[in-house]
Design a protein around this ligand. Sequence first.
Ligand code: G1P
Ligand code: ZN
Length: 543
Amino acid sequence: MSITTVETQPIQGQKPGTSGLRKKTQVFMQRHYLENFAQAVFNAIGGAKGKTFVLGGDGRYFNDRAAQVILRMAAANGAKKVIVGQGALLSTPAASNLIRINKTDGGLIMSASHNPGGPDEDFGIKFNAANGGPAPESLTDKIFAETENISEYKMMEGHDIDLDAPGTTKLGDMEVEVVDPVADYAAMMEKLFDFDAIGQMIAGGFRIRFDAMCAITGPYAVEILENRLGAPRGTVVNRIPLPDFGGMHPDPNPVWAKQLMDEMWSAEAPDFGAASDGDGDRNMIVGRETYVSPSDSLAILAAHADSAPGYKDGLSGVARSMPTSQAVDRVAAKKGLDCFETPTGWKFFGNLMDAGHVNLCGEESFGTGSDHVREKDGLWAVLMWLNILAARKSSVGDLLAGHWKEYGRNYYSRHDFEGLDTAKATAMLDDLKGRLTGLKGSEIEGMTVAHADDFAYTDPVDGSVSKGQGIRIVFEDGSRIVMRLSGTGTTGATLRVYLERYVAGPDGLDRDAQEALAPVIRAAHQLADIERHTGRSEPDVIT
Ligand code: G1P
Ligand code: ZN
């Protein structure tokens, strides 16, 4: 087998976003596109020589081809070994776990997360470092710089490697170990959670519906929920991962997981519903006629994590992304836990977890996880919920209502305006940024602005500073508006408007969220003048 050095030129726009490089699949399939980026990753980490990596993806269209290319390039760059999920499949949290338990030098994950897949949809690649977590900004900056200077990449010529059966083969001098994508992950879950208690609850008639949305969590959920915990076959629906996710938009929220929501509001609704996304790191939790917002879910997990064996000694601290509601802050305050506020994106939690400051993190975007890996973890959140419900012998609805009664309720919603003209959306936020300092003390919709800024974060562990992480406008009554542009989209700009309002109770805790938030929503539109700048008066997606 021969190694060739292929001449290439920089390709514009290979800048990793909130979570790796994401582009239209057709873009990734262009000549040199994937190769340039993979070589840039290897260059940015100081070469692949002698290193061991993990490789896998969410099974979307082009996953199998991309895996073969990356393997050949890893071999050509002198890597010692690559551990690959069977069929080139791995959920993001399972990949993070494999990176950690095998003490590898990192891993390449092929996924565009919750974005649709297929020849005309999205593809993506991200590099995770040796701690199992997404590459920090310092590294993604280096990768981007490499893509801008690249002139050649290394490729091993040869046949495709058989990735369909577990076992070890060689590609040139490089070892390729194909592993069961589920086994190590499922074993870890059994250590963290009380499978006996959850199993007994299920045996006692507790019914679950898990919607894998034709994405990667199907095999994981079948093994854990059905095979190990004894839930009846059929508990996991849309269980076979498909290259186009069966045409589904594998984003677990009330809009895209409508099938599950309808089921949970039907006469035969099970006790517990959950869904996960394309690569298995997101989760949505639903009870019978009860939607649990991700921010509330995080707060509830913080309140009851010690029900689970893996967390029985309590939490070391918690962290949430800045736009996530402040519900978890209230639990942290009551329990005397440190509570950190980070920019959007899981990569910012890595340092806090590595340093032992926190072991529960969450984002409003349906992401929750702990330090068992360095990614958010959809099934982990589902099992944590099941463990808590089994321990407390409670329904989802009662647990949520009890939580609001104790802590008050942070009404919360996110409004997304998609496919905006990037220049116009940027101009709108720039305009608002220019007015922030003057906002303090002004009154709008009966609320007085207490504080307004463009969020900047100083990492308490390494001192690195991340600026421009979202505009926040906080009112004296604790209500809050946050605005930022998405860093994961592939077409135009997506404006995210995050809305929050706190009600202490005991009255007014079970209103419709949009209704309760109405004044805050109106204030957001007025402050940014969304319609004048973008021509849109209504969001495309409300979660
Ligand atoms: C979105 C979410 C963010 C999450 C990221 C990756 O990023 O808002 O919380 O970490 O996806 O799943 P955004 O598109 O807002 O940049
Ligand atoms: Zn994801």
